[in-house]
Design a protein around this ligand. Sequence first.
Ligand code: AR6
Length: 396
Amino acid sequence: MKKLSRQFAISDIHGCAKTFKKLVKDVIKLSRKDTLFLLGDYINKGPDSKGVIDFIFELQKDGYSLNCLRGNHEQYLIDGLQYSWEEIAFLSRGGLETLDSFRAKTIHDIPSKYLEFIKGLPYYIELENYLLIHAGLNFDLEDPYKDDFSMLNIRNMEVDLNKTGKRQIIHGHVPTAYQNIEDSLDFLNNHVSIDSGCVYRHIHALNHLVALDIRDRKLYIQRNIDYEMNTLKLVKGDITKLHVDVVVNAANNGLRGGGGVDGAIHRAGGPAIMEACKKIGGCPTGAAVITTGGNLPAKKVIHTVGPIWNGGNNQENTLLENAYKNSLALAVENGLKSIAFPNISTGVYGFPKELAAKIAVETVLEFQKNQESEIEVTFVCFDEENFMIYKQVLGE
Ligand code: AR6
């Protein structure tokens, strides 16, 4: 079936790049046939303003159809470039976070391609039935299009359709709970705000980014994920000493215990772990099972079985990836918030250490990216060689 082209509007992203990406890629699943209208306020307040604009550039480069409007926060930046006292105003309105994201000391240090993008943003776009604009229009004026300031800042307006060519207004700027946005999609007041206060993470009713499918008047919603601590840590040492919710064991198919990290975990955790393993009976390569942590500081042990290295053409990579993935999924399923991994398969099972480290890190990062719940992951390296390899792979 031919996919129809859709028109989406998103507003007030405010440096929440991860949330923006997720909404566009995974929630609305933007296609190259669609058009995306962004109603301004890409920057300030949130953690990654640069990332937001980079994603816009990336979409444009990849052939997606985007139309970007100016918001009041982009205007603060433009004004700050001109007058030094305006730079202070910019910084006090969340601009410090923007500078951080660019690793810039002043706004003049922001690379010119970003500044040119911001300076070139138009104030509004007219569609057949809608006017898209950051804040709105000042309808007290004979010609509301003469008041640039109101276009970016107005908060209350009574729309006069005679002055908009019968167009209803879709705008941002006024943080509104997404449930209320949904309720207002009948445009009873001839305008609707689609700013669901993404960056206001402490206000439960806000803290979401929405995309409006303009033709279908359907709202797509993504909770803010930019402040979630999906951390990756690296430590050198003995995994049995770690105070995390769950440690992973590099076990064998029979869950019979053995040497290496398996032996260490059973020794430190005591017989309760083996009793639980016996009840489970076994575990296929790449799968994972969970037991008590016994006497360990960790609450639980996830036993996974990595592949035995056999030249590399026997699905070793996929099986190792599965061992990490299935362990993570099992941890999340059990509501566990922190997990520690040994360097699975790199001991007795002979997996090349560099390749194993790369697979481990990539699999974990990919999992964290796609996961809504937080999970803190620690890689525990027992031997110096693995520790140095992980440092390099993690760029530390
Ligand atoms: N803490 C963290 N890592 C450790 C510890 C520890 N206490 N002890 C060893 N390591 P291996 P595999 C590291 O051989 O290759 C067992 O007998 C070690 O330096 O434990 O997946 C099982 O029963 C290495 O980097 O696991 C299986 O039969 C990593 O843990 C078989 O070995 C993995 O080495 C599994 O082999």
